[in-house]
Design a protein around this ligand. Structure first.
Ligand code: ATP
Ligand code: MG
Length: 420
């Protein structure tokens, strides 16, 4: 038996409805906030992610699905969406359009991680990116889009955590303080963090090993090292969150896993879904567009992990499973009846009704059992006799009430189906 690849999922029809619910909520909220949809390739040149995500990040170093194609080019399956969106913005000249530029996407992403609850190798993200606005209002606008989205899903047990990680002018000071702090306890750090201490010390704050997390608790905080501009920016965001009633915690430990962030970083953390509890993460990335060869262009974005949202919906949400039904099931016996039934189904569907007939060759009894299984509201039985007389009984399944109709008279059938 061939099985699906490790860390991937099959989504069957019943489950798919929850996914549609989430995707519809995302589209609706984006429309309300004026974000347009962008679609882009599943794979990109590897160097886009190396430059746009950062080649010292775990995502690029350990988690990418990279392959050399038949022409010898190195490509990678997208591990996230932001770098591709930035590439597309540059390539399509959108950077010279009227700002702000507001885009959203719903995509699958690929990361070679150790699969566990809430962590997959192919997973799904709803993401939004806002370019060309460097103000705290833009930060607020983007965060409020995420908050509105989570609200629409009815997932109430989430908390917004915000932090500021400064900018290229204040981060060096902070980095020095961090290196000094961790160097004193270098021996206790995990092997990965020992390397991070030399390559990218901020990343240590993101480490999930218990020992490193413990050491991180007393590490210097980014917000204590912000320059005046970054500090004012952060105050501006807090003021806007304050007047809008979006509750938040300041969380000095949020640094985000990707390299291109500056200033505002944030996460929405969900309760009761286990260790992988960040359902949405994002931040400002003013250096990204120029980093991958475009003009200087401010940007801020987030991505919400749809798989994790599905898990948090198990703890209650606005999702209600709707009853499935079929308006009419036509039990057909014999070739002529089957042809007639097929025709009636086609006309009914063209008028917006759901209709089905037998395609397995079942007996009448088995067809009626099937009609029950698919929750048919009405059934119509057509056999040789009905074809001869042109008359048949349409039965309301709820109460067994039968009405005789002319099988050529579609209007009569429709009026039965539409009766309350
Ligand atoms: P984590 O710290 O959980 O590894 P991350 O910082 O790597 O997350 P991002 O790159 O910011 O995550 O991606 C945004 C969101 O995508 C995450 O908050 C999470 O909800 C989701 N996500 C990331 N990786 C996975 C994965 N392997 N499986 C399922 N969802 C994921
Ligand atoms: Mg990760």
């Amino acid at each position: 038996m061939i099985q699906k690849p490790r860390g991937t999922i099959d989504i069957l029809p019943k489950e798919a409805k929850k996914w549609q619910f989430i995707e519809n909520a995302a589209r609706k909220v984006c429309k309300k906030h004026g974000f347009g949809e962008i679609r882009f390739p599943t794979f990109e040149e590897t160097q886009l992610f190396a430059r746009g995500v950062g080649d010292t990040t775990d995502v690029v170093q350990k988690e990418m699905y990279t392959f050399i194609d038949r022409d010898g080019t190195s490509y990678s399956l997208r591990p996230e969406g932001t770098a591709s969106v930035a590439r597309s913005v540059i390539e399509n000249g959108l950077a010279s359009e009227t700002m702000p530029l507001k885009l959203f996407y719903i995509i699958n992403c690929f990361r070679h991680e150790r699969p566990q609850a809430g962590r997959y190798r192919e997973f799904y993200q709803f993401g939004a990116e806002l370019f060309g606005a460097a103000t705290p209002t833009a930060d607020f606008e983007l965060i409020s889009l995420a908050a509105d989205f989570l609200d629409a899903l009815g997932i109430t047990a989430t908390t917004l955590h915000i932090n500021s990680i400064g900018c290229p002018s204040c981060r060096p000071n902070y980095k020095n303080a961090l290196v000094a702090y961790f160097s004193e306890r270098r021996d206790e750090l995990c092997d990965t963090c020992k390397v991070r201490l030399d390559t990218n010390p901020l990343r240590i704050l993101d480490c999930k090993s218990p020992v490193c997390s413990e050491i991180c608790k007393n590490a210097p905080k980014t917000i204590d090292y912000l320059c005046q501009d970054c500090s004012a920016h952060f105050d501006g965001l807090k003021a806007r969150l304050g007047v809008s009633g979006i509750r938040y915690n300041i969380d000095p430990h949020i640094v985000r896993g990707l390299d291109y962030y500056s200033r505002t970083v944030f996460e929405f953390i969900s309760e009761g879904i286990g260790a992988q509890s960040t359902v949405c993460g994002g931040g400002r990335y003013d250096g990204l567009v120029s980093q991958i060869g475009g003009p200087e262009l401010a940007g801020i974005g987030f991505a919400a992990g749809i798989n994790r949202l599905i898990l948090s919906m198990e703890n209650g949400s606005a999702y209600k499973e709707e009853e499935e039904f079929v308006d009419l099931y036509i039990a057909a016996l014999g070739e002529s009846a089957s042809v007639k039934a097929t025709g009636i189904c086609a006309v009914l569907r063209s008028k917006g009704f759901t209709a089905e007939t037998d395609m397995v060759g079942r007996s009448l009894k088995a067809q009626m059992k099937y009609a029950n299984k698919i929750n048919a509201k009405y059934t119509l039985i057509i056999g040789d006799g009905e074809i001869e007389t042109g008359k048949a009984q349409i039965r309301k399944m709820e109460n067994g009430q039968q009405t005789e109709i002319n099988i050529e008279d579609i209007a009569a059938i429709i009026s039965e189906l539409s009766a309350k």
